[in-house]
Design a protein. Sequence first.
Length: 115
Amino acid sequence: QVHLVESGGGLVQSGGSLRLSCAASGVIWKINSMAWYRQAPGWQRDMVAEITRGVPNYADSVKGRFTISRDNAKNTVFLQMNSLKPDDTAVYYCKVVDMKADTYWGRGTQVTVSS
């Protein structure tokens, strides 16, 4: 069983920064990609950033403000979020896909940006 634990969410003022972490544990086949998604109330869950074999990809809305990184040895992915805006308020979810295409989700961590 694979278990993902997110941390680092919280309340921050507009223009502030937060760093999210997601650690994967359990029996994991080789990881192909790790990603962050977010979902605001009444909205669908959208990809924020993903990293596949070291290559990052970002949603247009966060380019230049967010940075995704990965510690392969610890099966951990990070999301550094700078210049946060109220529109970034959402529950942020970690997603891991292994080489067998099995997909795992974390339970989410709340990020709230006040204006």
